[in-house]
Design a protein around this ligand. Structure first.
Ligand SMILES: NC(=O)C1=CN([C@@H]2O[C@H](COP(=O)(O)OP(=O)(O)OC[C@H]3O[C@@H](n4cnc5c(N)ncnc54)[C@H](OP(=O)(O)O)[C@@H]3O)[C@@H](O)[C@H]2O)C=CC1
Ligand SMILES: O=C(O)C(=O)CO
Length: 320
């Protein structure tokens, strides 16, 4: 008999076919996210859980409802919705999808910075409404980009920025060994805020990074600063960002992630003229989403076969 697996939403045809070949799949087809109580019922006899995005909260309460669960996989690199310690406590390996989404997310992140600085979206907005207006932007060349969270995606953004003639500074909790090779200079968090012409946030959401950008941080930035968030919305205090933009304490924001997310159509941020918001599409290309789904399925199938997950977040309980 095939092991039962719960799939929390839509996935891609090839990885889905692979999953079905090896598992008996119970599949939520919407609309909206799977209701938590239903998920708990489905998990009662499931051996695997495949989460299609970070919308499903996996905590001790959910795991208690899933006595047979042997592996959890999620399509995505960020896992702020998963209580990894609770998974480890129950001996359940959890796999995510690092690496495969790096280039696509770096393209989008650098793309929204470029679009904001050169007002590409604003220019298109005028042309589309029949008004051929010249829209003035700001040079990227010669500017200093500050990356908060210089990991896989941050490093890929740094390469793109260097190719555009920007200087790179960054802040992580730990200085990277290879920052010389990246052509990036390590600075303190305050140094990053004060020195950067543009700041890109690419840090995982954690209790440490939650709300990291508030009034004090926006006040420390240059009034000409461009601010990009492509990590998770709650790293930024939305009201403080709104005030900073409204009062021109910083110049412009480009956000691929927001808090709340989705942003309601009547949200005050959307009434500002110095903002660009995209609907969390960092990794949203056909190639990348397919690769993410395939890696998630490979993580899941490995766990079900009691083999090591190719990308395991809690290696102490990974199968060997
Ligand atoms: N918009 C989108 O569609 C996407 C968004 N993401 C988001 O991007 C995040 C980053 O992904 P990725 O680059 O692959 O992750 P990595 O783990 O490779 O990089 C994260 C970096 O952040 C640093 N960091 C972690 N915590 C802190 C902290 N509290 N303060 C300062 N620096 C910190 C880490 O260094 P150190 O440990 O030394 O501090 C590390 O260098 C994901 O967690 C996800 O939330 C990812 C993909 C798509
Ligand atoms: O992978 C992630 O963490 C995302 O946000 C979506 O790709």
């Amino acid at each position: 008999m095939k092991p039962k697996v719960v799939l929390t939403g839509k996935t891609w045809p090839i990885p889905f076919a692979k999953l079905q070949e090896h598992c008996d799949v119970q599949h939520w087809e919407g609309p909206g996210p799977i209701p938590r109580e239903l998920l708990k019922v489905w998990l009662e006899d499931a051996e695997g859980l495949l989460s299609v995005n970070h919308g499903t909260k996996v905590d001790e309460d959910l795991l208690d409802a899933a006595p047979k669960l042997r592996v959890i996989a999620q399509s995505g690199v960020g896992y702020d919705n998963i209580d990894v310690a609770a998974c480890t406590k129950k001996g359940i390996p959890f796999g995510n999808t690092p690496g495969v989404l790096v280039e696509a997310t770096a393209d989008l992140t650098f793309g929204i910075l470029l679009s904001a600085m050169r007002r590409i979206h604003e220019g298109w907005g005028w042309v589309r409404t029949g008004q051929w207006r010249e829209v003035m932007g700001t040079d990227l060349y010669g500017k200093t980009l500050g990356i908060y969270g210089m990991g896989d995606i941050g490093s890929a953004v740094a390469k793109r920025a260097q190719a555009s003639g920007m200087q790179i500074i960054y802040h992580n909790r730990t200085r990277k060994q290879d920052d010389g090779h990246l052509g990036a200079r390590y600075v303190s968090f305050d140094g990053l805020l004060e020195e950067a012409d543009c700041i890109i946030v690419l840090v995982p959401l954690s209790e440490q990074s939650r709300g990291m950008f508030g009034k004090e941080q926006f006040d420390r930035m240059k009034s000409t600063a461009y601010f990009v968030n492509a990590s998770r919305g709650p790293v930024v205090q939305t009201e403080a960002l709104y005030d900073a933009l409204k009062h021109n304490n910083i110049a412009y924001a480009a956000l691929d992630v927001t808090d709340p997310e989705p942003l309601p159509g009547d949200h005050p941020l959307l009434g500002l003229s110095n903002i660009l918001v995209t609907p969390h599409i960092g990794s949203a290309t056909y190639e990348t989403r397919n690769s993410m789904a395939m890696l998630a399925v490979d993580n899941l199938l490995a766990g079900l076969a009691k083999k090591a997950l190719p990308a395991c977040v809690n290696p102490s309980v990974n199968y060997i």
